[in-house]
Design a protein around this ligand. Structure first.
Ligand SMILES: [Ca+2]
Ligand SMILES: [Ca+2]
Length: 477
């Protein structure tokens, strides 16, 4: 082969690689790209008044299994009558409605009903050995607060939990951004999202974000998992590190991906692809495709590397004691003492995994009201892949529930151009927390928050919820 051809071939391969590495055609979406539509389902209310229902899954026993975050229990609900039977009560510290702690995600063992009746549940707890180094005061209620994954042994005959064992402990927890969603991949491994703890903002603004920090071998040997914040973890059902987990910074750990803010949704597509959605700061919620060892950019980048509104100001690295400074949001500008690095100036920018799509990105010079209800973020709380044909307009789409917007946002992850725009289905004044698609796609169950703010039909922020703490049933028209 002549040298020129080889060079051209290499160049073509390089460019193809760049195209592959680049985000999808409409990865960066603005609020103006949204197509609004009527959800083609009829609504019914099955149950109301649950205490912050968090995860809903249909069991092989035909019951809806639901975790109640502040109710601190796992319940089984008859999908016809709404009759509730507690399955397990967790002995954990009292949790507050607004503090994002308590009983969160759960997953059935893939062989549940076929010989391995185990349920893997994520919840916060007080650790007797570990303490939070950012909260050294023993009287601090979060001094010993961590999250863990436990496995419950279910006896289908007596319909009781006969045993509970720790799978993975010492996972960081805080009053904010715990994430706490868990799924089994098609590879039989567990995947758990762990948030950035809400550090570097609001009441935690003096605490550093550690979403880019990797654990040392010494930390891991000592059972110190504090560097697991802002990560997605991958582990065996006994909590051990799979032999094919990525080696990051020379160390193999439970970490599968890094650089996450608050991934409250994770799901598996029909081909095994792992999708996750996560909250952006005040723009740029994200939908990501998770790949082993991937760095998703936070806190150096929100959404794409575009220097559009977001830049990383690190309060904990201020040239003065950060507690003497008054916190403000990134779009309000930072005090001179706080170092700010643009997205494009970050050394890792070229190698990070950019999102499949953002909800939503706004131009750097766009006039935006960054009030809680007006800012471009939607509050993504869970994600599921609609793999059925019952409702053709949803087929092959990812459905993201949105708390603040009271809506489901649907997008085809394989589409490009105009086909890749989000469809917004506004479902009313409910903060949607999780969904379960059953019956060949003819029925969708949703759980709603017990309290909080949401948009009404006129697009105004309100605190009155139509169906607080509910299980809602949506049946295809
Ligand atoms: Ca990201
Ligand atoms: Ca950005």
């Amino acid at each position: 082969m002549p040298r020129n051809s080889l060079l051209n071939t290499s160049l073509a391969a390089l460019m193809a690689g760049m195209l592959l590495a680049a985000p999808g055609a409409l990865a960066e979406q603005s609020p103006a790209d949204v197509v609004e539509a009527t959800f083609p389902f009829d609504k019914a209310v099955l149950v109301e008044g649950l205490r912050a229902p968090h995860e809903i899954r249909l069991g092989v026993d035909g019951k809806l299994w639901v975790t109640e975050r502040i109710g601190k229990r796992l319940i089984r609900v008859n999908p016809e009558t709404g009759d509730i039977k507690p399955a397990f009560e967790f002995a954990i510290p009292d949790v507050l409605e607004g503090a994002q702690t308590g009983v969160m995600g759960f997953a059935f063992h893939p062989d549940f009903g076929k010989g391995t009746d185990r349920i893997f549940v994520v919840h916060t707890y007080e650790d007797s050995e570990r303490t939070d180094p950012t909260r050294p005061d023993a009287s601090d209620p979060y001094h010993r607060l961590f999250q863990k994954v436990v496995a419950l042994d279910w006896d289908a005959t007596t319909e009781t939990v006969t045993g509970s064992s720790d799978v993975l402990t010492g996972i960081p927890a805080n009053n904010d951004h715990n994430s706490g969603r868990i799924v089994f991949g098609q590879d039989g491994k567990l995947y758990l999202t762990v948030g950035d703890q809400g550090h570097n903002q609001l009441v935690n603004y003096t605490r550093p974000i550690e979403a880019q920090r990797l654990p040392t071998a010494e930390e891991l040997a000592a059972g110190n998992h504090f560097a697991y914040q802002g990560k997605v973890l991958r582990f065996n059902e006994d909590g051990s590190v799979p032999g094919d987990n990525p080696v990051l910074g020379g160390v193999q750990s439970h970490i599968f991906t890094l650089g996450h803010r608050n991934a409250q949704g994770i799901t598996v597509g029909p081909d095994g692809t792992l999708y996750a959605n996560e909250h952006g700061p005040s723009s740029d919620d994200e939908i990501n495709v998770l790949v082993s060892g991937g760095n998703y950019g936070w806190p150096n980048v929100a959404g794409l590397v575009d220097d559009s509104h977001y830049a990383y100001g690190n309060w904990s690295a201020a040239s003065v004691d950060p507690s003497t400074l008054t916190f403000n949001q990134p779009e309000e500008g930072f005090p001179a003492a706080v170092p700010v690095v643009k997205e494009s100036e970050w050394a890792g920018a070229a190698d990070m995994k950019q999102p499949l799509a953002t909800l939503f990105t706004v131009g750097a010079n766009d006039e935006i009201n960054f009030g809680y209800f007006e800012r471009p973020t939607v509050g993504p709380s869970s994600i599921q892949y609609y793999a059925d044909d019952a409702v053709p307009e949803l087929s092959g789409k990812l459905l993201s529930t949105a708390m603040k917007h009271g809506a489901i946002y649907a997008i085809d992850p394989a589409a490009s151009g105009d086909e890749a725009k989000f469809t917004k289905y506004y479902l009313g004044q409910n903060r949607l927390r999780d969904l379960e698609i059953v019956d060949g796609g003819k029925t969708i169950f949703l759980v709603t928050d017990s309290a909080g703010g949401v948009l009404n039909a006129a697009g105004e922020g309100v605190s009155e919820l139509e169906n607080p703490g509910a299980i809602l049933v949506y049946t295809a028209k």
